[in-house]
Write a protein that binds this ligand. Structure first.
Ligand code: ADP
Ligand code: ZN
Length: 526
């Protein structure tokens, strides 16, 4: 029997699927033949079969390295239901439990053995692996080896030894997150330089991308859930634990069943909430980004972000948890000035050297560019991952469905930058966005009077715009790097690029905010 037909036979008999999807067949064939592989496939693309089937076809046990200790039991249970001989080794087990699994492995009674990355670094585990037969190494969530990424796990760096210690065992690394830079980093750090790369399309056509201005985020969210996602399962991401708690409570009070999930909850509550979300219908999980990696729930109908993700990679991965079943789903993000100020501040006060901060900053810039774009979100997202979109407009994102009008905001931008400049030059003062906007609007607040800001020549010169529009101007200037924030209070400061705007050499095009985001029809194509 050729490896090809053996793979199809296992696919039909064990997994009950009629045929392979996308590049699965090619990848599986390559690994069965003993080749190394680096697989980039979006979430829901079907990565697991790419190592599970070769592990079943090749003699010996497939060792799966996964950072998702909390999910190992679930993964193993699911495989056992299919009749696959699977087990796992991790720190949650006691001595006796481990001993049983180890014996199974040595006696050749396992098709798949899941291990935590820290486990593989232990000499005792390495000696154990020498006593059995290994069919392959699968390194899941391989982007965890990237030091620049948001999921960096130091233990992944140690995985480069797999190649040295077991040079004849094929290795397959898999991830849903990878720009070409991350891909190169994975290949280098895991010594996968000779591996064949398989890159699946990153497009998720059934996901409708929408990014709206943030006014009253919880109310906006409620509106979205009530009008478009009543009774649906979904995930709401918040930046802080406090806001997770508050949002979950708010939704529950409004009659929408919601559960909180964040690292501050005890592990039993977390596990209970996660398993309820996976098993029950129509639950909303309100979570920090601690939730979601490895979660395989096919019918998540929406992923909502109440705060700005730190990078496009993070955004793509989090939104990718929607619509794994291919049915229409929504990725909705509310983004406001405060998000930009807060994230810039966080970067500035973060540990690490300048290169690290610059890297964080570049990631944020790409995310902001996606938020501020007036063209197709999907095209921009795919371009970020080095992939061309099928056309210029996808027809299933907010900018394609209701093209935003843009307006020339150069003059307001100049007014705002002059205000910052004057405060600094004439008064030696730095203030946050709120005070600068009050000055432009000509508001007689206590703080304005206290600092005699009504005596500035720029006082009241911006009364032609509404406060919300001014916040949009500041947001845009921050996003484009014409303005920066500094220090603990997020005060506004000019950048070297500000001069271009002040001199009229750079134009500032603004996205016109609809008073309320127009509701777009849900696409029916998958
Ligand atoms: P990933 O790990 O890439 O996020 P999974 O391996 O969890 O994706 O697969 C996502 C879903 O697609 C799972 O429910 C899986 O059973 C299903 N699936 C994968 N390959 C196929 C296939 N060839 N035919 C039908 N369903 C598949
Ligand atoms: Zn589009």
């Amino acid at each position: 029997m050729t490896s090809d037909s053996a793979a199809v036979e296992v696919l039909n008999r064990v997994f009950g699927y009629p045929s392979f999807r996308g590049a699965q067949a090619e990848i599986i064939d390559h690994v069965i033949g003993g080749g190394d592989a680096l697989v980039l496939m979006p979430t829901g693309g079907g990565k697991s079969l790419c190592y599970q089937i070769p592990a079943l076809v090749r003699p010996g046990t497939g060792i799966v390295v996964s950072p998702l200790i909390a999910l190992m039991q679930d993964q193993v249970d699911a495989l056992r239901t299919l009749g696959v001989r699977a087990n796992f080794l991790n720190s949650s087990q006691d001595y006796e439990e481990r001993r049983i699994v180890e014996a199974e492995f040595v006696n050749g009674e396992l098709d798949l053995l899941y291990v935590a990355p820290e486990g593989l670094g232990v000499p005792a585990t390495q000696r154990l692996l020498d006593r059995g037969k290994i069919s392959l190494f699968a390194i899941d969530e391989a982007h965890c080896v990237s030091q620049w990424g948001h999921d960096f796990r130091p233990d992944y760096l140690g995985l480069s030894m797999l190649h040295e210690r077991w040079p004849d065992v094929p290795r397959i690394a898999l991830t849903a997150t990878a720009t070409s830079a991350t891909r190169a980093e994975i290949a280098t750090r895991l010594r996968l330089t000779g591996a064949r790369h398989f890159t699946a399309s990153f497009d998720r056509p059934n996901i409708q991308y929408r990014i709206v201005g943030k006014n009253e985020p919880r109310k906006q969210l409620l509106d979205l859930l009530r009008t478009e996602h009543a009774g649906d399962s979904g995930i709401v991401y918040c930046l802080s634990r406090a806001s997770v708690e508050k949002t979950a409570e708010f939704l529950s009070q409004q009659g929408i069943p919601a559960l909180p999930y964040h690292a501050g909850l005890d592990s039993r509550t977390r596990a209970a909430n996660q398993s309820r979300f996976l098993r029950e219908d129509g639950l909303v999980m309100v979570a920090t980004i601690a939730f979601g990696m490895g979660i395989d729930k096919p019918d998540v109908r929406f992923v909502a972000h109440l705060d700005l993700p730190k990078s496009v990679e993070g955004y793509y991965q989090e939104t990718g948890r929607a619509g794994r079943d291919g049915l229409p789903s929504t990725a909705w993000l509310a983004y406001g000035l405060q998000d930009v100020v807060q994230q810039r501040k966080m970067i500035e006060s973060s540990d690490g050297d300048t290169a690290h901060r610059r890297n964080l900053s570049q990631h944020l810039d790409a995310m902001l560019a996606l938020c501020e774009t007036v063209s197709c979100r999907r095209a921009q997202l795919l371009a970020y991952f080095g992939q061309d979109a099928a056309g210029e407009s996808c027809g299933n994102c907010d900018t394609c469905l209701t093209p935003p009008s843009s307006w020339d905001g150069t003059i307001p931008a100049q007014k705002l930058l002059s205000t910052v400049l004057r405060l600094q030059r004439e008064r030696g003062q730095k203030f946050g966005a709120g005070q600068s906007i009050d000055i432009l609007l000509g508001k007689q607040t206590d703080k304005v009077r206290q600092f005699r800001h009504h005596e500035l020549s720029v006082f009241g010169i911006g009364a032609d715009l509404r406060e919300q529009e001014w916040r949009g101007v500041v947001r845009k200037l921050l996003a484009a790097g014409y303005l920066a924030v500094e220090g603990e209070y997020g005060t506004l400061v000019l950048t070297p690029a500000s001069a271009e705007v002040l001199r009229g050499e750079a134009k500032v095009m603004m996205r016109r905010e609809a008073p309320k985001p127009p509701r777009a029809p849900r696409a029916r194509s998958a």
